[in-house]
Ligand binder design. Structure first.
Ligand code: CP
Ligand code: NVA
Length: 326
């Protein structure tokens, strides 16, 4: 069944029902198949898309640009040093100006409140490309990858291991709860999600038949898992916390031993990326112990991280087409 999401913002999965999220995943799959078949529907022909980025990005920026162009739209990158937003102009004013010129606006940045103000005042669909609190387009790509792998999502045992209170943990918990998964956050107590969000997710899980577990116990958390997911130990904007996070999260590093502990030979490993899995990057050279996943897992047979990265394009395209397309 098709759902009418025209004109809607996409700020957090809290605002979407189970059926609407499943519809976006189905549409992603259809658009992916069409792309592979060489079919271009140009659902966004003539549209102008603003891409506001306060923080750096590889995947999200690239996915929005490619998805826009493939659907016939014009994307315009507006980096934080290129525009007045928040410096000489309020977010509310920028929202009203960009809304008069563009047909849709993506925002990546720090405060979630900024994307909410854009969403309230722009008058055109606003899409969250990551804030300190949520990263909902990433969750669609993650779930699409699981769906392609397993053929279903309900009841999937999904263990998120690492910083249990960052934007990925928050968004995955909401999405998994809405879709009826058996979702676990496995992290040290210091990094458990906010109580309020746990309560909300438990409510969603009650409706969907899902399950939410928050635990510091690795054995309990990964038992039987179909998916082991992790993210960086310190998110963008938290660079000063790297030394303390290394201490807290080293025991939660994703290793081949941890994958064995799931007892599931078909477990898949996912990571939103970028990832520290070796010592080749500038940051990893500075902090040799920063490594949320062993190289053997990242490059190993259970890893689906590059399928997941590709799925950013198809899912972001689905969000834009559903909310703005013909
Ligand atoms: N996963 C993700 O959002 O990557 P970027 O920061 O490169 O956009
Ligand atoms: N939690 C990470 C996600 C990056 C895609 C961050 O916010 O930096």
């Amino acid at each position: 069944m098709a759902y009418n999401l025209k004109g809607r913002n996409f700020l957090t999965l809290k605002d979407f029902t189970k059926e609407e999220i499943n519809f976006l995943l189905k549409l992603s799959l259809k658009l992916k198949e069409d792309k592979y078949a060489g079919i271009r529907s140009k659902n966004l022909e003539g549209k102008n898309i603003a891409l506001i980025f306060e923080k750096p990005s590889t995947r999200t920026r690239a996915a929005f640009v490619v998805a826009s162009v493939e659907e016939g739209a014009h994307p315009e990158y507006l980096g934080k040093n290129d525009i007045q937003l928040g410096k000489k102009e309020t977010v509310k004013d920028t929202a009203r100006v960009l809304g008069r010129m563009f047909d849709g606006i993506e925002f990546r940045g720090f405060k979630h409140e900024t994307v909410e103000i854009l969403g309230e005042y722009a008058g055109v669909p606003v899409w969250n490309g990551l804030t300190d609190k949520y990263h909902p387009t990433q969750v669609l790509a993650d779930f699409l990858t699981v769906l392609e792998e397993r053929g279903y999502l309900e009841g999937i045992k999904f263990a998120y291991v690492g910083d249990g209170r960052n934007n990925m943990a928050n968004s995955l918990m909401i999405g998994a709860a809405k879709l009826g998964m058996d979702f676990r956050i496995v992290s040290p107590k210091e990094l458990f999600p906010e109580d309020k969000l746990i309560k909300e997710s438990l409510e969603y899980a009650k409706d969907s038949g899902g399950k939410i577990t928050i635990t510091a116990d690795i054995d309990e958390g990964v038992k039987g898992a179909d998916v082991i997911y992790t993210d960086v130990w310190a998110s963008m904007g938290e660079e000063d916390k790297i030394p303390e996070r290394i201490k807290l999260l080293k025991p939660y590093q994703i290793t081949t031993t941890m994958l064995d502990k799931t007892g599931n030979g078909k477990v898949i490993f996912l990571h939103c990326l970028p990832s520290f899995h070796n010592h080749e990057t500038e940051v990893a050279k500075k902090y040799p112990d920063i490594c949320e996943v062993e190289e053997a897992v990242f490059e190993g047979k259970h890893s689906r991280v590059f399928d997941e990265a590709e799925n950013r394009v198809h899912t972001i395209k689905a969000v834009m087409v559903a909310t703005l397309g013909k």
